[in-house]
Design a protein around this ligand. Structure first.
Ligand code: FAD
Ligand code: UDP
Length: 378
């Protein structure tokens, strides 16, 4: 075995495929009973692909990423649109000029100010509006923050003291554009993510062990900086995509994550809501409802539809860590682990959990492609 990869999400599957194509023998060790990481999906009676770990929409500006994933699935163009339930109305999210018309009394004046200041078509982070020199712009920012961000963020993160980069993932559009993402390519796999992963790892040089926690066969010897595989020193590349604190047995404490409780419902109706995702910033305990039928390219003529409620929660030991909580304190702990990791010359960390970064799928794929080059250089 030349390479052992822990985890079969995009981070693990992409690097496994690249190295296998270079002639290396790769073993993937995955603790879940399925491949695909958080992208895993399956078809249910409604005829739609159900994303077991929450809605996953593929968006990227990278041709390299697009060319790579195109090898493993056909895709269809999918422009993600989200509505937010605000003051009894379903308004476009990201907040745009139509959202302003739908929720603010003096909308004409506000639209004029925004267009004059930023220019029609601009995309402005909420934190820029809230800190702007002009007090009128600041008060517009405060209004949008209060209606869209404040309570959603409290639900999602447990408080509203989140890193600015998190809030700025969802900017304000000074236009009538209602695409949720601004990327050049916005696509969905025609036959679901699981089929894509199946094709990706289907290579004679790749073997996979499911239902297997890496701790059953791999161990780091901290004293000698050696990796042990079934008790023997492993000199190949060890690619790790799980949580970095788990790898080092939490010696510097547990990293802070947020988790989610998913509640799926199959309804006896054709459709439940107008959009694939509706956000509920200010009402209910859940943050959003996803209806999966909207994600399919085919005209699914089924009398059933499946929806998903997402309830954010703290990440207890038995929960799945979905979101790294970005803060200076947490980064400090992360860097302690990273320093430790650097002592292992054949250890490579990739992905949302191992790098403790709020990565989208395309960022993880790019990181895997780059890391594969490093492995090959060694
Ligand atoms: P993962 O997909 O989490 O894969 C890691 C794998 O490692 C898992 O399969 C896990 O079981 C395995 N593993 C962990 N520990 C061990 C162990 N001890 N032993 C063996 N195996 C182990 N991104 C987008 O681009 N678009 C979206 O629309 C989008 N929506 C999202 C919605 C939600 C609710 C969430 C939580 C994330 C979303 N993301 C989205 C982000 C996306 O999920 C991540 O970018 C992606 O999952 C990262 O891939 P990964 O391989 O790093 O991690
Ligand atoms: N957010 C919000 N209201 C919304 C949408 C997003 O407050 O209607 C904030 C919230 O803090 C969230 C962050 O913006 O965690 C990023 O949103 P995104 O949709 O990117 O979250 P993800 O899909 O990654 O859960």
């Amino acid at each position: 075995m030349d390479v052992v990869v822990v985890g079969c999400g995009f981070a693990g599957a992409v690097i496994a495929r690249i190295l296998a194509e270079k002639g290396m023998k790769v073993l993937i060790v995955e603790k879940r009973e399925h491949i695909g990481g958080n992208m895993y999906d399956y078809k249910d009676e409604s005829g739609a692909y159900i994303h077991k770990y929450g809605p996953h929409i593929f968006h990227t500006n990278s041709d390299e990423v697009l060319n790579f994933i195109n090898r493993f699935s056909s895709f269809f163009s999918y422009e993600h649109q989200v509505a937010g339930f605000i003051d009894g109305k379903f308004v476009p999210i990201p907040f745009n000029l139509l959202s302003i018309e739908m929720t603010m009394d003096n909308f004409k004046e506000i639209k004029d100010i925004l267009i004059k200041t930023f220019g029609y078509g601009s995309v402005v982070p909420i934190t820029v509006l809230m800190k702007y020199s002009d007090s009128k712009i600041r008060s517009i920012g405060d209004y949008v923050y209060e209606k869209v961000f404040l309570n959603y963020t409290k639900k999602q993160w447990g408080n509203n003291k989140v890193d600015e980069t998190v809030l700025n993932r969802v900017p304000v559009y000074i236009s009538y554009d209602r695409k949720y993402f601004t990327d050049k390519y916005q696509i969905m796999p025609c036959f679901g993510y699981t089929a894509l992963f199946n094709n990706m790892i289907n290579h004679p040089n790749i073997k996979i062990m499911l239902n297997c926690d890496f701790k059953e066969c791999l161990k780091l010897n901290i004293k000698t900086s050696k990796i042990l595989f079934h008790g023997k020193t492993f000199k190949g590349a060890f690619i790790y995509t799980g949580s970095i604190d788990e790898l080092f047995e939490y010696k510097y404490g547990r990293l802070d994550y947020r988790s989610l409780r998913f509640e799926f419902k199959m309804l006896n109706k054709k459709y439940y809501q107008m959009f694939s995702v509706v956000n509920y910033p200010n009402d209910y305990d859940y943050t959003r409802i996803t209806e999966f039928k909207h994600f399919t390219s085919l005209n699914v003529d089924s009398s059933k539809t499946t929806i998903l409620y997402e309830y954010p929660c703290p990440c207890k030991e038995s929960d799945i860590p979905y979101y790294p909580v970005l803060s200076r304190e947490n980064n400090e702990v992360y860097y302690k682990y990273l320093k430790e990791a650097k002592r292992f010359k054949n250890l490579f960390l990739i992905g949302r959990l191992a790098e403790y970064k709020y990565y989208n799928m395309d960022q993880v794929i790019l990181k895997s492609i780059d890391t594969a080059k490093k492995v090959l250089e060694k």
